[in-house]
Design a protein around this ligand. Structure first.
Ligand code: PLP
Length: 394
């Protein structure tokens, strides 16, 4: 069968590819430890699961409005006002099957062939593929671990051309763990307003934040910035609800309406019972969110301390999300496991084969000097895995 050319613009997810390799070794009986996953290892809180059961018992098993129920949109507006201090109305919200789906809706709605979208690297793997699929061109602006992965505003400004329609930012960031300073957020918002481009702000990790740092949304910077920003969010990371597939974006009602037309012809509504559970997640008790955050921070402390002791490894302190992103490039050029380590892919392959630990190559995030280690796993697993990493690099 003929496959459309647009499929060539999407590459398979590097995280999924790493998982497949690790699974193949596990199937051979090898004791592989995975640090490649991007999901909390905690169960979904009981009150959320119970709300889903109640919805099922009450017969909430039918189509809902394609862009999400009115009740859920209101709960999202209330939670957003509480969390980032921005008051949206339901007409500013469209609920989708995960934040990944929300992002695709945005790129399909905003990007025409040849349009450019500025993406700050290291970036979440999905952004460039979705932009290319939408016939746009991702324009990458790099940041470095030596500067804590904070963006250089002049470089960002210079990357905006007359073809630029949008810029994507992600703070707290997967994979680097950087949380942009309030000044950086204000500066990025100012660029978006001055250049009249849409600022897409992926805030899915906003509750997983350490050292008392504060999450600042560009939508909260000024009225102009709010009008120029689309905020992307969801329940996957905050409430350990990756499998429930609920995400949303908020902002300009015209964009929301246009994305709604696309969603209405593509997927229709996200699952009715998952929407009901999300209302409870957002409106119900929030203690489990803080309990998970505290546990992530303890793991971050442990991982950062262990990485700091390893020769040839430099790691900017992750201030949010649940990933460490160490620079291992001092080891590049070495012979390890019979191969020359010429970059992050060779390094992660070596670590998988020689030490039975799976990590994701930084190359997938637009930063080949680095590898990503997820600490969404138990402390025991981290202890064993970091012992193995130290041994393999030595
Ligand atoms: C930065 C970032 N944005 C969005 C998502 C997608 O989240 P969801 O599971 O809601 O589609 C992820 C998931 O890994 C992510 O890391």
């Amino acid at each position: 069968m003929k496959i459309a050319a647009r499929m060539d613009r999407i590459s398979p997810s590097a995280t999924m590819a790493m998982k497949a390799k690790a699974d193949a070794l596990k199937a051979e009986g090898k004791d592989v430890l995975s640090f490649a996953v991007g999901e909390p290892d905690f169960p979904t809180p009981d009150n959320v699961v119970e709300a889903c059961k109640r919805a099922l018992d009450a017969g909430e098993t039918r189509y809902t409005a394609a862009s999400g129920t009115a009740e859920l949109k209101q709960a999202i507006c209330d939670a957003t006002a509480r969390d980032i201090g921005v008051q949206y109305e339901p007409a500013n919200v469209i609920v989708s099957c995960g934040a990944k789906h929300s992002l695709l809706n945005i790129f399909q709605t905003l990007v025409d062939p040849g349009d450019e979208v500025v993406v700050i690297a290291p970036y979440w793997v999905t952004y460039p593929d979705q932009i290319r699929y939408s016939e746009g061109t991702p324009v990458i602006v790099s940041t470095s671990g030596d500067k804590g992965f904070q963006p250089d505003l002049d470089e960002v400004r210079d990357a905006v051309t007359d073809k630029t329609v949008a810029m994507v930012i992600n703070s707290p960031c997967n994979p680097s763990g950087v949380v942009y300073t309030p000044e950086a957020i204000a500066g990025l918002a100012e660029i978006a307003v001055a250049k009249n481009i849409t600022l897409i702000s992926d805030e899915i990790y906003k509750h997983i934040i350490f050292d008392g740092a504060k999450h600042v949304s560009p939508a909260s910077v000024s009225d102009e910035a709010r009008m120029q920003t689309l905020v992307v969010d969801g329940v996957a990371k905050t409430y350990a609800m990756t499998g429930w597939r609920i995400g949303w974006f908020m902002g300009c009602p015209d964009v929301v309406k246009a994305a709604g037309r696309f969603q209405g012809q593509a997927t229709s509504n996200p699952a009715s019972m998952a929407q009901a559970a999300t209302i409870e997640a957002l409106n119900g008790p929030q203690e489990s969110v803080e309990a998970m955050r505290v546990e992530f921070e303890a793991r971050r402390d442990y991982v950062a301390a262990r990485l700091a002791e390893m020769p040839g490894v430099k790691c900017a302190q992750p201030i949010g999300a649940f990933y460490a992103f160490p620079d291992v490039s001092e080891h590049y050029g070495r012979e390890m496991g019979g191969n020359t380590i010429d970059g992050s892919s060779a390094m992660t392959e070596y670590l998988l084969e020689a030490a039975l630990i799976s990590l994701v190559p930084g190359e997938a995030f637009g930063a080949d000097d680095y590898i990503r280690l997820s600490f969404a796993c138990s402390m025991e697993q981290l202890e064993m895995g970091l012992d193995r990493l130290a041994g393999a690099l030595a």
